[in-house]
Design a protein around this ligand. Structure first.
Ligand code: AMP
Length: 397
């Protein structure tokens, strides 16, 4: 079955056409600057050159039409007609407490996703626009919503409640939801499979370290805690997001610099993290590594603070699960930055981690990076959210 996987943002749209039998990506790409001047579509068929075409796309529907046209292009297309797209899998950011699993999309589901818009005002409306545009252009094709929050719905109350008046949970649904769920689910399962074990028999900590970063504690296949919260701002120090901080900082800085709440939130989301810590040097770990190698203290302090926060969360999740069998690194930083992995694992000896520096010189493929005798297995497992969405879609249609 061919599954079109769509990840729709407010002005961009990423897509992949995947054959679910071979799990091969037939074509992939993205539309950028939808609704803005200078929009363009990037299209790359498997084994072919990347094509970039400037083309007006005032709406998401026009963007998706261009994607379908590219997939069916006589010369570079990978399908002959629309009937070869047999299902569509949509990434949806927030499913609130309503969705603990992926679902086939119908009118009731759309209404329930819309009801979660307040919880993710930047993302859910864009996801809905993408779904509706696909429904218009591909009537009758089954569509599935795969939620970033769903995997974490198994968290117990003690992990998802904040220490604020309970009425804010009851009346306003303020609680930890967690994100990157598709990745945490995929990587925890792949970790167990790679180690020749059953995920239901294991305690796994997944470190999803990318521009956005989160950790999860996966106990016998179920997420029991995760570092992101009501929004993706909580937890680790990220590319440009602050992660955890004393909430009173908002009042203190607001008064001192005459900043209102939108300005403070912008600072925490866009100007903080390793970017802010490095004095605006970069949010990209490659730049920070180069800077650190040149003894630039800005690069060193940003990386050290980032690593330290991950180390603390690993300790917390080992405690939460009363043990850990495997720790998995994934996403842009986790898959590519051997030094980050090494520096984090240097502090995990107390858990029985025996790190293998030689095996750690690896990038972008499943690998064991601890010694065979290590009490806790440390692995590198590349994440693949599109494939995970494709698998979920096939399972439901
Ligand atoms: P993601 O959000 O998972 O796509 O991760 C993107 C981030 O991964 C970038 O901002 C970089 O910080 C990091 N990254 C990508 N490639 C490398 C690399 N070769 N070495 C170190 N960090 C990398």
């Amino acid at each position: 079955m061919n599954v079109l996987v769509i990840n729709c943002g407010s002005s961009s749209l990423k897509y992949q056409l995947i054959n679910s039998d071979s799990e091969a990506v037939l074509a992939k790409g993205l539309c950028e600057r939808i609704g803005i001047d200078g929009s363009r579509i990037v299209y790359q068929p498997a084994g072919g050159e990347k094509e970039v075409t400037e083309s007006p796309m005032p709406t998401h529907q026009q963007a998706i039409q261009l994607v379908l046209d590219a997939l069916m292009n006589e010369k570079t297309g990978v399908i002959k007609s629309l009937s070869e797209v047999e299902a569509v899998g949509h990434r949806v950011v927030h499913g609130g407490e309503k969705f603990a699993k992926s679902v086939v999309i119908d009118d009731e589901v759309l209404a329930a996703v819309e009801a979660c818009n307040d919880l993710a005002p930047l993302h859910n409306p864009a996801n809905l626009i993408g779904i509706r545009a696909c429904q218009e252009l591909m009537p009758g094709v089954p569509m599935v919503a795969v939620f970033d929050t769903a995997f974490h719905q198994t968290m117990p109350e003690k992990a998802y409640l904040y220490g604020i008046p309970y009425k804010y949970y009851e009346e306003d649904q303020v609680r930890r939801y967690g994100f990157h769920g598709t990745s945490h689910s995929f990587v925890s399962k792949e970790t167990a499979a790679f180690l020749g074990k059953n995920v239901e028999d294991m305690k796994i900590i997944v470190c999803h370290l990318g521009n956005g970063a989160s950790l999860s504690a996966v106990d016998h296949g179920k997420s029991v805690d995760t570092s992101m919260g009501l929004t993706p701002l909580e937890g680790l120090i990220m590319g440009t997001r602050s992660g955890d901080l004393d909430p009173a900082i908002l009042e203190y800085l607001g008064k001192k610099h005459n900043m209102d709440l939108p300005a403070l939130m912008n600072m925490l989301n866009k100007e903080s993290g390793v970017y802010g810590l490095s004095g605006d040097l970069s949010s990209d770990f490659r730049d920070l590594e180069d800077a650190a190698a040149a003894n630039n203290p800005a690069g060193i302090r940003a990386r050290n603070a980032f690593n330290y926060r991950v180390i603390k969360y690993i300790g917390a999740y080992a405690a939460a699960m009363n043990g850990v069998d495997a720790i998995a690194f994934t996403a842009g930083v986790g898959e590519n930055d051997a030094l980050v992995r090494k520096d984090i694992c240097a502090n995990l000896g107390y858990l029985g981690v025996e790190f293998d520096e030689e095996a750690n010189n690896v990038r972008g493929k499943d690998a064991l990076i601890s010694k065979p005798s290590s009490k806790v297995a440390v692995v590198l497992i590349p994440t693949n959210e599109e494939l995970a969405i494709c698998r979920e879609t096939v399972a439901l249609v």
